[in-house]
Design a protein around this ligand. Structure first.
Ligand code: FRU
Length: 501
């Protein structure tokens, strides 16, 4: 058996042992992708390959903290039910000895290619003492990957105002006969930027240009770029590190958003408009997209944030992915809506219509810790109204979503959500003919809120007690719940042992 396979087996043994404890954790998601045990951060290699969605993820199989980065692997035929596959990449070559960092996937000649960043620490300071290399691994069956002999395929960053060491997260695509990739980078004086390369065969790469960046207001480093076309626009997704807060914006440690523009792939120039966030909650980073066989652009992100307190670490696991979201354009902005296949998870529908609320109201059958809740609220005479969910019986624990009509801001407050970090995030929202439309996806330790049919989204990790399952609508004047629908969502967490070959 080769060394890579030995390392993978060792890693899987570790996860197999640890998954018993992790699976016993109440906070383990029931329908979101999360590692069987131990750590995950970014989604990687999201691809539609031979009729199935494959998703890889940054994974430490040995501990519930970041380190020893491998690639975990899940697949799905419908974006709703996911199956765990063996770990696909383990660090063991000189060029990736300190981690198989983020990257992407593409099909070529029926084979699945992963393009990732090999990381080397060259000293003890992780900000300055590192080298990064772009590498390829190939699979014929979509399960077992071998690293190619030509690695690293991009051995060093190009010359110019380009930081030589911070050079990572290739996202690859094909246009015409050529392959392209974008890479996260920074200038020598610390402004984020994105590099573009071109290749005829995925092995030999030529540097085309710095396509965007250099504005210090947009952070010191751009991680995890993604570039694609969406309804007549080109879109550059990026995850800038170190943007300063501005009003209600940029209060997380790092951000993820997009630039709309036009790419000239001959010259490698990207003329674009302003930066916009993809999610206004607390926990959303390093999103990656895939174009599927139906022409949909689907995005998944890491639902956590660097340096955040993660109470699930004590239970032997950490991190989860968002639900898959379809990206669409509306009025020159990206909107994100839950992939429609998630409807397969719905059961026990409860519906209510034309319910007046002044003060507070609970609806029969609307409660839980694993559900989808859709509410169409007519603001009528209320100034402040919203939904409290994951409430306990004593009025002590609740996560609060409230709309303030005077400021036009929707606020998500997790100060009393339970364990874990608190805080409030706000987003401006316009009522549409007096109505606020909300769709909440609640899982054991998370909530994702789709506002006005995906115009804005807020995602958060929350860590309530198991018994905190109450949901109530509240208003300081009169509101009418024009329509409320709620569904319990099926538990599709994999059973123990699915990791064994
Ligand atoms: C983003 C990131 C990437 C890097 C990976 C390492 O969250 O920092 O830039 O490749 O995580 O795990």
């Amino acid at each position: 058996m080769n060394r890579h396979q030995k390392e993978i087996d060792k890693a899987m043994n570790s996860v197999n042992k640890a998954q018993i404890a992790a699976n016993a954790s109440y906070w383990k998601p029931q329908y979101h992708v999360s590692p069987l045990a131990n750590w995950t951060n970014d989604p990687n290699g999201f691809v539609y390959y031979k009729g199935e969605y494959h998703l890889f993820y940054q994974h430490n199989p040995y501990e519930s903290v970041w380190g020893s980065i491998h690639w975990g692997h899940v697949k799905s035929s419908d974006l709703a039910y996911w199956t765990h596959l063996p770990i696909s990449l383990a660090p063991e070559m000189e060029y990736d000895r300190d981690g198989c960092f983020s990257g992407s996937a593409i099909e070529k000649d029926g084979m699945l290619y992963l393009m990732y960043t090999g990381n080397q620490w060259t000293g003890s300071n992780y900000d300055t003492d590192l080298k990064q290399f772009q590498c390829i691994a190939v699979s014929e069956d979509g399960v077992t990957f071998h690293k190619i002999a030509e690695n690293p395929v991009i051995p060093a960053a190009p010359e110019g105002d380009i930081h030589p060491n911070h050079f990572r997260d290739p996202k690859v695509w094909k246009r015409g006969n050529a392959y392209y990739c974008v890479l996260g980078s920074r200038t020598n004086d610390q402004a984020g930027q994105v590099l573009m390369y071109r290749s005829a065969d995925l092995i030999r790469w030529e540097f085309v240009n710095v396509i965007a960046g250099g504005d210090p207001k947009l952070g010191f480093m751009w991680e995890c770029p993604d570039l694609f076309s969406l309804e007549h626009h080109d879109v550059l997704i990026l995850s800038p590190q170190g943007m300063k807060p501005e009003g209600h914006l940029y209060h997380n440690l790092h951000q993820s958003g997009y630039l709309l523009g036009r790419l000239d792939d001959e010259t490698g120039t990207f003329h674009h408009w302003d930066f916009n966030l993809l999610d206004y909650g607390f926990d959303f980073y390093a999103p990656q997209t895939v174009l599927d066989d139906r022409g949909r652009r689907i995005m998944i992100a890491w639902m956590a944030m660097w340096e955040s307190e993660m109470p699930e670490q004590q239970h032997g696991w950490a991190g989860a992915m968002t639900i898959p979201r379809e990206l669409k354009m509306k009025d020159d902005k990206i909107i994100s809506v839950p992939a429609r296949e998630l409807r397969k998870l719905r059961q026990d529908e409860v519906t209510a219509e034309h319910v007046p609320v002044s003060g507070k109201v609970e609806l029969e059958g609307v409660s839980g810790d694993c559900l989808e809740l859709e509410a169409c609220i007519d603001a009528q005479s209320a100034f402040i109204f919203g939904i409290r969910f994951r409430c306990d019986d004593h009025g002590k624990e609740a996560t609060i979503l409230s709309y303030d009509r005077l400021t036009g801001m929707l606020a998500l407050n997790r100060n009393e959500s339970g364990k874990g970090p608190g805080g409030i995030r706000e987003v401006p929202v316009d009522l549409v003919e007096g109505e606020l439309h909300l769709r909440l996806f609640i899982d054991r330790s998370s909530v994702e809120i789709f506002i006005q049919r995906g115009e804005k989204v807020m995602s958060a990790r929350i860590y309530p007690q198991e018994s905190s399952t109450g949901i109530e609508f509240f208003a300081d004047g009169l509101i009418i719940l024009n329509k409320v629908r709620a569904w319990k969502l099926r538990n599709c967490r994999p059973s123990l042992g699915t990791y064994l070959r």
